[in-house]
Design a protein around this ligand. Structure first.
Ligand SMILES: NC(=O)c1ccc[n+]([C@@H]2O[C@H](COP(=O)([O-])OP(=O)(O)OC[C@H]3O[C@@H](n4cnc5c(N)ncnc54)[C@H](OP(=O)(O)O)[C@@H]3O)[C@@H](O)[C@H]2O)c1
Length: 302
């Protein structure tokens, strides 16, 4: 692939096989970086496989498999985190510890720049939502010991919005609370472009950068858009945040991941997630692509 930007050094991408990570591999390569993708399974790079100059196979939760990960690299960026609910590992094993393992390798190798993807309103959410707490502990570590960092604080990604579309396809969209909380979700390609630009910009060092997409909608409006694109009447159900939190507390001893998810959902019904808009991808076009089956390959689903 021809590089748009000037030639740069090597950048390590952790979480390269995920929804955002795949786009990051492409966006960084387009800006002239030599991309080293950290993967558990190279086959999961999907459309990003061609843009990865090097593939490093390792398990970020197992530090012994990361020896040499960052050798010779100038920068590293991580979009690695747990979204699946099954399995034994929790957000503290993955979102926190696996990212700290990558950070340790970056420090060891003298990497100069580190980009980390956390969440919008992380400082406020961390006491209520374990996913946010786990990621904010990585932010704490970056603030404490470098290298020169940039923390990205996105709103919801389009792959999460695909869940609204799937609910609409099944006939009913479940809203948290009254569905009035607003957000401006962002497409992976738009966020990746934003991150890749910032990673090459010295002015972004030591900064926390919020980012969202061009459409600001309430959760109910997102559901309504999904029904409209499907040409079906809108049907909604309501999940009170208090009920989700209570269910989360009950689930904690049996399934920490389910409990964390329910607490995350409860918070989503109580806070707006609107960040400065960037990018060009519109939610309607994304839903239309999902309807036509044209966006499935971009979602990096397991
Ligand atoms: N999705 C959102 O709406 C959203 C919003 C704000 C912030 N974020 C943050 O951005 C991050 C990336 O989101 P995404 O939607 O791109 O997630 P994703 O598609 O689920 O990708 C997650 C990445 O982490 C890797 N990973 C997961 N569990 C792992 C484990 N146990 N060991 C090693 N690697 C593991 C995955 O590798 P495999 O491919 O091998 O599974 C994949 O590369 C999230 O973790 C989240 O905290 C997400």
């Amino acid at each position: 692939m021809a590089a748009k930007g000037e030639a740069r050094g090597t950048v390590v991408v952790a979480g390269a096989t995920g929804y955002l990570g795949r786009h990051l591999v492409v966006a960084l390569r387009e800006r002239g970086w030599r991309v080293r993708a950290l993967v558990r399974d190279p086959a999961r790079l999907g459309f990003a496989a061609e843009a990865a100059d090097e593939v490093f196979t390792g398990h970020a939760t197992r530090p012994e498999t990361l020896a040499g990960l960052c050798d010779g690299a100038e920068a590293a960026v991580s979009a690695l985190g747990l979204r699946a609910m099954g399995g034994r590992l929790t957000v503290f094993d993955v979102d926190r510890d696996a990212n700290l393992n990558v950070l340790a390798r970056a420090r060891e190798a003298g990497v100069r720049r580190f980009g980390f993807v956390s969440v919008l309103h992380g400082a406020e959410l961390r006491r209520r939502v374990p996913q946010a707490e786990a990621r904010e502990q990585v932010v704490d570590a970056l603030r404490d010991g470098g290298p020169a960092w940039t923390v990205f604080r996105p709103t919801g990604f389009f792959n999460d919005m695909a869940e609204f579309f799937e609910m609409a396809r099944k006939g009913r969209v479940w809203l948290v609370g009254d569905g009035a909380r607003r957000l401006n979700p962002i497409h992976g390609a738009d966020l990746a472009a934003f991150i890749a630009d910032a990673l090459g910009d010295p002015a972004a060092e030591g900064r926390e950068l919020p980012a969202g997409g061009p459409d600001t909608l309430s959760q109910r409006e997102i559901g309504a858009l999904a029904f409209e694109v499907l040409g079906r009447p809108a049907r909604f159900g309501r999940l009170p945040p208090g009920l989700l939190r209570g269910a989360g507390a009950l689930a904690a001893p049996f399934s920490p991941n389910l409990s964390n998810f329910l607490r995350f959902m409860a918070a989503m019904g109580e806070v707006d997630a609107v960040a400065p808009a960037t990018g060009t991808h519109r939610l309607r076009a994304f839903f239309e692509a999902l309807r036509e089956g044209g966006a499935e390959d971009l979602l990096a689903r397991h």
